[in-house]
Write a protein that binds this ligand. Structure first.
Ligand code: MOS
Length: 743
């Protein structure tokens, strides 16, 4: 086969182009799942439990049925049979579901019936008319509930407990010790687009419009539940209004599919905003105790990160909050331990930077406390404990430009002028000013993906893969990678995605979508180019004849001799002479087990925050945020910065705004709406900057790309909290920080 050199220069990757689907979204032309109305479609509305534990004693099905427009009420009595129990979770990353299997209520907001009607209004009214009566049992829904913590919880993706070195000896040897407990709240995903589905059956073939972060996993789970073939399930998901980890298959979406099965017509089911605080997972609260010791020079002697968290009574997700302590700081002894309380709540799940978000908030706070106890600048303290290798595994990092992140972020922020003591800066209005730092970290993961690339006779390209764009701009980045791999301009490549009928792109999760799918696209494109090169170099009529050992490169729609740029031929000419309509390449990508064995792979960053606090009112304003991140190669700086901004703003939200409050008597979320579940608005984020720090990683994957989707939250929440301490001298360890705690 002809040698094909890979061309990076003069290509589209690396350019800050805008989202290709941006105009469709801002003009309202983008068709989201719930915008679909197949012929004969009915509307389904969930009736959700108002108790958190007990049984449904009665439902007034007759009243709902009698309402004009109501077609059917689906309850445990008449819902179609399933091939496996809803608690079956043999499909990876899946949760136990509530699909009307019996009269039990396991958490508030659990679906207890589905009303199907000709209009949304009729279905909504029908659901209200069901007026369930319950046999309620006492509930426990908070982390401070009495009850035995369990340690035998196996959570999805949990890094597990680790014990490295002699913790007791490390703590005993310390000149300075701190023990601090940090509390983080329950958070809900609150994606702009609610979870929903439009489902149509045709015999045993199923057609779905629904937002999803993973086509194949969704197909596998639905195939198992309904006893049908995965390839007979066709899912379209061209636009997703946010997912954050909640948009793998959810129970309510399956109820929509069941309703369509029951009634024999297409059905649309969409959750209300309030219903998203229940059956679609959430971020579990944590109570994390950090025990740290340091030598007189500030070198850590021991790190113990203990996590108390909660899970549901019926499933096993565990928030892996201590994982950050495995990688972030060098110490001769590190231990991470977990325990969980089972509560009458819906099962927690993956939520953007699961584990790292809450874990880094606690660790960064404790590190800041220890720096202060040692009388050291927080940045100097972190550099003193810089991990040259991954502490707990001893592996070298595949790349780690964290030092450069600290340096560039500090320079941009002006950190060097920071006084060591708290409560020593004021602005002209008398506000207390504080500066805080947090280190950001997130693993660089790879899942599995496949892609197909075609070069057509007219010289243009097509690239196909069933990838997911939740708003992060994935499709734009993929089109750029596709164009680069084919040696075409991005405008000459048709990128097809968002359908389960395309090659399997795996999941959009773990900040690994660009790395994984991008690598598959690159491989597919390179194979298509190689096929073209074979045609050219073997053909005496081509200017590239005989170039097989020298090699060619694809550039601007042409194959060019590697050693002689004047000898080239266009894609169209090559295909035309060969009498072919197209050449095709297939590519796949997966984690490199050998590299993972040898290297620790993580993205890193440093976030600097300035806050101003009103000394009389305790009101906190974040006035500046500067984050510097190193995440390998950057495909599109505009999109990457946008991801960092979003993450950093979530960090502010974590530190100062977000909390779901559960009613101890009923178990219900008391602020299940966007008015009372606080999130930052523009006025809360006056200045946010993201610096892209150069980092080359030859090991992490073929593209050298690490993920950028989740790392922005990590470090940011801690930076804000540490800045609040620096402004006020008050160390608040319960989040979100409330103004009354500062008075
Ligand atoms: Mo994310 S929590 O991996 O969608």
């Amino acid at each position: 086969m002809a040698e094909v050199h890979h061309m990076r220069h003069g290509s589209n990757a690396g350019q800050p182009i805008t989202r290709r689907d941006g105009v469709l979204k801002v003009t309202g032309a983008a068709r989201y799942a719930a915008d679909n109305h197949p012929q004969g479609m009915l509307y389904a509305v969930i009736a959700a439990a108002r108790i958190a534990r007990g049984r449904v004693a009665a439902l007034d099905v007759a009243a709902a049925q009698a309402h004009p427009g109501v077609v059917e009420v689906m309850t445990a009595a008449n819902r179609p049979p399933l091939a496996v129990h809803p608690d079956d979770k043999s499909v990876p990353f899946s949760f136990r579901m509530d699909l009307l299997q019996d009269d039990r209520v396991r958490y508030a907001g659990q679906p207890v019936a589905v009303v199907i009607a000709e209009t949304l209004e009729a279905a909504t009214e029908g659901a209200a008319l069901l007026a369930p009566r319950y046999r309620a049992e006492p509930v426990e829904v908070t982390l401070d509930a009495p009850g035995a913590f369990v340690t035998e919880v196996v959570g999805v993706g949990v890094p597990g407990e680790q014990h490295y070195g002699d913790l007791a000896a490390g703590l005993a040897a310390a000149a300075r010790r701190i023990e601090a407990t940090y509390e983080t709240p329950t958070q809900f995903h609150n994606a702009m687009e609610p979870h929903g589905v439009v489902a149509s059956w045709d015999g045993d073939a199923l057609s779905l419009d629904m937002p999803t972060q993973g086509f194949a996993l969704t197909q596998m789970r639905l195939a198992a539940l309904f006893g049908i073939r995965a390839e007979d399930i066709h899912i379209r998901s061209p636009f997703i209004g946010g997912g954050f980890g909640s948009k793998l298959l959810s129970g309510p979406q399956v109820l929509g599919v069941l309703a369509a099965r029951l009634i024999g017509r297409p059905v649309k089911l969409v959750l209300t905003r309030a219903q998203m605080y229940g059956p679609v997972t959430h971020r579990a609260p944590t109570r994390q105790t950090l025990r740290l010791g340091a030598a007189p020079d500030g070198a850590l002697t021991a790190v113990h990160h203990h996590v108390r968290t909660v899970t549901s009574r019926f499933d096993d997700f565990l928030e892996p909050a201590a994982g950050v302590s495995h990688t972030l700081y060098a110490a001769p002894a590190i231990a991470t331990t977990y325990e969980a309380l089972r509560l009458d709540i819906g099962t927690p799940g993956f939520m953007r930077a699961p584990g790292e978000a809450s874990g880094s908030l606690a660790l960064e706070g404790a590190i800041d406390e220890l720096a202060a106890a040692c009388g050291m600048d927080p940045l100097e303290f972190r550099l003193r404990n810089y991990a040259e290798v991954e502490p707990i595994s001893g592996k070298p990092f595949s790349s780690k430009a964290l030092r450069e992140c600290y340096a560039q972020g500090a320079a941009r922020f002006g950190w060097s002028g920071r006084p060591l003591t708290s409560r020593s800066l004021r602005d002209a209005d008398g506000k207390l000013v504080g500066w805080g730092l947090g280190t950001a970290t997130f693993p660089a993961l790879m899942f599995q993906a496949e892609a197909r690339a075609v070069i057509r006779r007219d010289g243009t390209g097509v690239v196909e893969t069933g990838a997911h764009d939740m708003g992060q701009g994935a499709w734009t980045a993929f089109a750029q990678i596709a164009a680069e791999s084919l040696g075409l301009d991005v405008g000459q490549v048709e990128f097809r995605s968002g359908s389960s009928d395309l090659p399997n792109a795996g999941i959009a999760g773990g900040s690994a979508h660009t790395a994984t799918v991008g690598s598959a696209i690159q491989a597919a494109g390179e194979q298509a180019v190689a096929r073209l090169a074979e045609l050219a170099v073997a053909d005496p009529r081509s200017p590239l004849f005989g170039a097989d050992n020298i090699g060619v490169v694809a550039r601007d729609g042409r194959l060019v001799r590697w050693d002689d740029g004047s000898r080239s031929e266009s894609f169209a000419e090559i295909l035309d002479r060969a009498g072919l309509e197209m050449v095709e390449g297939r590519g796949s990508a997966a984690a490199d087990a050998d590299a993972a064995e040898r290297y620790a792979m993580h993205a890193h960053g440093a976030v600097f925050a300035e806050v101003k606090v009103d000394p009389e009112l305790g009101q906190i304003r974040v006035t500046r945020l500067v984050g510097a991140f190193a995440a390998g190669r950057i495909i599109n700086p505009r999109l990457v910065k946008s991801q960092y901004y979003g993450g950093m703003i979530w960090g502010v939200s974590f530190a100062l705004h977000e909390r779901a409050t559960l009613d101890r008597r009923t178990g219900r979320v008391m602020n299940a709406d966007l008015a009372e579940y606080h999130m930052p608005v523009n006025a809360d984020i006056p200045s946010v900057e993201a610096i892209l720090v150069d980092e080359e990683d030859p090991h992490v994957n073929a593209l050298g790309v690490k993920g950028v989707g989740e790392i922005g939250i990590t470090g940011s929440a801690g930076a804000v909290a540490n800045a609040v301490w620096h402004a006020t001298g008050v160390r608040v360890r319960r989040f979100p920080i409330a103004m009354e705690e500062l008075l």
